[in-house]
Write a protein that binds this ligand. Structure first.
Ligand code: PEP
Ligand code: MN
Length: 392
């Protein structure tokens, strides 16, 4: 991955008295003064570990005709939360007007939502409006799994002089089958953290899970992966919520969730490190085994490629591929591997196999064009309308 420099401060250097784990809670949307203040009172009463109160004033709804937030008047309610309960406040901004209104109202922190981050024009307009301010900003992952867009948004803000930056992982839209509202694809935040170790990662298990029953599991996974904090949608009356009702929890449920979670230490030390070193060595050995097995698989794929060439059979055989995929899904289910992972992994393996087979054809016919033509004109066409068919 192309690595740029990000000059960011870890959250404990933000000057707000914050540290790991940073806990953020509050409703999806600010609906009314009563709802905002009632929810804040519940959070302070049940879960005093929470330091930051979230609420959306302007809601980016996928379809029109649903509740789009209370707008600028919600900023006054948040101000009241700050004064009454001593919680820091955070809202979502999507336009320069939102930024100006939030800064004027003294909101402590801002976040940029998953539907805004993918648009460089929007992010740049926000970054321009923030120039000269040093308000902390949380940048959610873009709705689509694109690490470059996530990094790009952080870079744009950083170039406007903002250093109090953190990233929020809220999962990605996924067309395939997934038990989550937004599939976590943990490898994306892991790669972001590997590229920018000083950047704090906050998990938003509410938008990943999309339902209250998977909240705990997702939050724990994030903590196990060394995330610095959590943002959990909390509403005094979740069932009556005007947006994201299925995933919000009441303040007492938030307290139970936080109590049940195991918060991990940031840096390994002492006995923990020895165990970690040993486990990492085991992982390295397994990774080497996997690479060797994949190499062996590709060698066989090349031999099959030659055989197919001799018999003038198309490289891609969708029915065979569907059988392999079904078998892998069945095996994966037995050993606890996620369907989405199996699909992505096997598709990558398949693409590489096809590349090997095609290379053998090209080498044998002496001309890539000739090989391509054979593919097009083979007795069985290489691409059928089968759902698993992949282009090489
Ligand atoms: C939210 O936090 O309520 C929200 C709209 O989130 P996202 O941008 O992650 O969908
Ligand atoms: Mn929401």
């Amino acid at each position: 991955m192309e690595r740029s420099e990000l000059d960011v401060l870890p959250l404990k250097a933000w000057g707000l008295g914050l540290d790991r784990p940073l806990l953020i809670a509050g409703p999806c949307s600010a609906e009314s003064r009563d709802q905002v203040l009632g929810t804040a009172a519940g959070i302070v009463g049940h879960a005093p570990q929470v330091r930051v109160f979230r609420a959306g004033a302007w809601k980016p709804r996928t379809r029109p005709g649903t509740f789009e937030g209370a707008g600028a008047k919600a900023l006054e309610w948040l101000h009241e939360v700050r004064e009454r309960y001593g919680l820091l406040t955070i809202i979502e901004v999507a336009t320069p007007e939102h930024v100006r209104a939030a800064l004027e109202a003294g909101i402590d922190m801002l976040w940029i939502g998953a539907r805004t981050v993918p648009n460089p024009f929007s992010v740049q307009a926000i970054a321009d409006a923030l120039e000269g301010s040093d308000v902390p900003i949380l940048v959610k992952n873009p709705i689509n799994p694109d690490l470059q867009l996530w990094i790009g948004a952080l870079e744009r803000l950083n170039r406007s002089g903002l250093k109090r930056l953190a990233a929020v992982h809220r999962g990605f839209s996924w067309g395939g089958a997934t038990p989550y509202r937004n599939h976590p694809m943990w490898e994306f935040p892991i790669r972001l953290k590997a590229a920018y170790p000083e950047l704090d990662l906050i998990a938003d298990p509410s938008h990943v899970a999309g339902s209250t029953d998977k909240l705990q599991e997702v939050a724990q996974q994030a903590l196990d992966l060394n995330f610095s904090g959590l943002m959990v949608e909390t509403h005094r009356d979740p069932q009556g919520a005007l947006s994201d009702a299925e995933q919000q929890i009441a303040p007492n449920a938030l307290a139970r969730l936080l109590d049940a979670l195991v918060f991990r230490r940031a840096a390994p030390s002492g006995a923990l490190r020895d165990t970690l070193v040993e486990l990492r060595e085991q992982i390295d050995r397994l990774d080497a085994d996997i690479a060797q097995k994949l190499g062996a698989r590709m060698e066989i794929a090349s031999r099959i490629g030659l055989y197919k060439r001799e018999h003038n059979v198309a490289i891609l055989q969708p029915e065979r591929w569907e059988r392999i995929m079904a078998a892998q899904h069945a095996l994966g289910a037995r050993i606890g591997l996620d369907r989405v992972f199996i699909e992505a992994f096997m598709n990558a393996v398949h693409q590489e196999s096809i590349r090997h087979q095609t290379a053998v054809w090209e080498a044998a016919s002496g001309s890539p064009a000739n090989a391509a033509e054979r593919l097009e004109n083979g007795s069985q066409l290489p691409l059928s309308s089968g759902s698993s068919a992949r282009k090489t």
